[in-house]
Write a protein that binds this ligand. Structure first.
Ligand code: SAH
Ligand code: SF4
Ligand code: F3S
Length: 446
């Protein structure tokens, strides 16, 4: 590659999960430290970071088409310098370098703290790949947080040792690690100082977080939540995503005791059939999962439940799929994500016998989603006439309209006197399929 000028503007495009959103923000902060500014909406960026996801379908193919559009002037008038980050970078870094000469940098999810240095080399005309996996080193090398939105993500745990047979995450994100307690308290404090009122603790297996508090006591996620809760100015805490195998009594109890821990639990089950769950290498059964949910409901009766589902796992019969429908009927999720099984290269399930035809998966997904939508709508409708506290996140389309979140993570629209970051009381007028319409009652004192 030819040497070029140092980019003046950047754009980070993040795909996939919230960890990628967090990583994207951290990369943006590093670029800002280097004096590179975010490209204004609709304008060309000198540097584009594609922060990719590898979880399903032709995610990698999408990256090549994005790169093609950038270099051919379809996305912006002038082709930018391109960096590929995220889980596709980790899984297929060398392949990307070979196939896409327009890419200057390939950087994995555990190595992006080296992005500024790679950028210096790219400016000299060198192409660089870094897919090392020293996760804690990354966090230590990142600049201080200065994000100023009312809601913020905070990665507390990364990686996965569960090896569900369909999943790429253990390969792209590496082994489970927990960030140190003191670092997390410090990062949460700087997020709140910068304006965050809600923090969502993130991890591929966030409830596997473990560490030692400032007095040297061994604690789990519940202990971390208890230590974060008193931070002055922090109004809401959430965490995602949990694995049933790592759930402990302390976390369940925390839902009944810590006021700012929101009544919401995302706990993927994937399937309602025990044979399929075993083949997936999930360590729970349908029954053990349901028992766990019962305990959460006992601790926090109004808790909103959310989950992930995969239909068409290799060998899944119609009867086995119906067990998934049954568990949905039993749980009545407030919200959920459902996917068609996608064979991921290098995972055990990709070469299992009994791969399911696409038409069958399409049809099963439709049936499943019909029930999940029914339950989500019912959950929303059940809040009609009730009052809830809404954290205002942004302006709506119409003048005077605002969008915020309820404690149960529902989107709430309302009109009136408010500002981003306010916690306001809203009466729910209508509970629709995807959001709530509300009437502003009184603005809480700031
Ligand atoms: N660590 C989290 C998130 C994993 S990825 C967890 O265990 O819940 C998010 C979701 O993507 C998973 O819960 C699963 O439902 C889905 N998923 C993962 N791999 C998949 C695959 N190969 N095909 C279809 N869906 C998949
Ligand atoms: Fe993937 Fe399973 Fe780990 Fe979740 S627990 S990240 S689905 S391997
Ligand atoms: Fe995707 Fe990687 Fe997250 S594969 S879902 S971006 S951990």
């Amino acid at each position: 590659m030819k040497p070029t000028e140092t980019p003046k503007t950047y754009r980070v495009k993040s795909f996939g999960c919230q960890m990628n959103v967090y990583d994207g923000e951290r990369m943006a902060e590093m670029l800002a430290e280097k004096g590179i500014a975010p490209a204004p909406e609709g304008e060309d960026a000198d540097l584009v970071v594609l922060n990719t996801c590898h979880i399903r379908e032709r995610a990698a193919e999408k990256i090549y088409s994005d790169i093609g559009r950038l270099t051919k002037g379809k996305t912006q008038t002038k082709p930018p310098m391109i960096a590929v980050a995220g889980c596709v970078a980790q899984a297929e870094g060398e392949e990307i370098m070979k196939r896409a000469p327009a890419v200057s940098m390939v950087v994995g999810p555990q190595a992006y703290h080296r992005l500024p240095e790679m950028l210096d080399r790219a400016v000299q005309g060198e192409r660089a790949t870094d897919t090392d996996m020293p996760p804690i080193a990354k966090f230590d090398a990142l600049p201080r947080r200065r994000k100023s939105a009312p809601t913020a993500f905070l990665t507390v745990q990364e990686g996965c040792d569960k090896f569900c047979t369909y999943c790429v995450v253990p390969y792209t994100r590496g082994a489970e690690i927990s960030r140190p307690f003191v670092d997390l308290i410090a990062e949460a404090q700087s997020l709140v100082e910068a304006g965050a009122r809600e923090i969502t603790l993130l991890g591929q297996n966030v409830n596997a977080w473990s560490g030692e508090d400032d007095k040297g006591r061994a604690i789990g996620l519940a202990g971390l939540i208890r230590a974060l809760a008193p931070i002055d100015g922090l109004e809401r805490l959430r965490y995602t995503t949990s694995h049933p195998a790592d759930m402990d009594d302390a976390l369940i109890a925390a839902h009944g005791e810590i006021e700012i821990l929101m009544p919401y639990l995302h706990l993927p089950v994937q399937s309602g059939n025990d044979r399929v769950l075993r083949a997936m290498n999930r360590s729970h059964t349908a029954e053990s999962y349901l028992k766990l949910l019962e305990r959460f409901r006992a601790a926090r009766p109004d808790i909103a439940l959310s989950g992930d589902f995969i239909v068409g796992f290799p060998g899944e019969t119609e009867a086995e799929f119906k067990d998934t429908l049954s568990i949905v009927d039993e749980v009545r999720y407030a919200q959920a994500y459902s996917f068609k099984y996608s064979p991921r290269p290098g995972t055990p399930a990709a070469t299992m016998e009994g791969q399911i035809a696409m038409e069958v998966m399409d049809e099963r997904l439709q049936r499943l989603q019909a029930r999940l939508n029914r339950d989500q709508h019912a959950f929303n409708a059940a809040t009609e006439g009730k009052t809830c506290t809404v954290l205002v996140e942004r302006k709506g389309k119409h003048p005077g309209q605002w969008l915020g979140k309820s404690p149960w993570l529902q989107s709430v629209w309302f009109e009136g006197e408010a500002a981003i970051g306010d916690l306001v009381e809203v009466e729910v007028v209508e509970g629709g399929p995807n959001s709530l319409a509300g009437r502003l009652l009184v603005a809480a004192p700031a």
